[in-house]
Design a protein around this ligand. Structure first.
Ligand SMILES: [Zn+2]
Length: 76
């Protein structure tokens, strides 16, 4: 076998659509195949964190409170 590892970039399956994608620095969305898949996966993850009760995840209400506090501190 004349298999040269450097000519064969590591292949991973896109977590979103399972497309085989080369793990290279040329792919800024790795391990995803595309920006779309990365956003979809992040969206699904964020959506899940909203549904899990009791998880110390930052939701929109927490962010609102945080921003509100920062704004009040800055404007006073
Ligand atoms: Zn994909």
């Amino acid at each position: 076998m004349t298999d040269t590892p450097q000519d064969r970039p590591l292949e991973v399956a896109c977590p979103q659509c399972r497309t085989k994608v080369a793990w290279t620095t040329e792919n800024p969305y790795r391990p995803f195949c595309s920006k779309r898949c990365r956003l979809l996966d992040l969206g699904a993850w964020a959506d899940e964190s909203h549904r899990i009760a009791g998880e110390p995840a930052m939701d929109e209400a927490d962010l609102d409170r945080l921003i509100d506090g920062l704004e009040r501190g800055e404007s006073s």
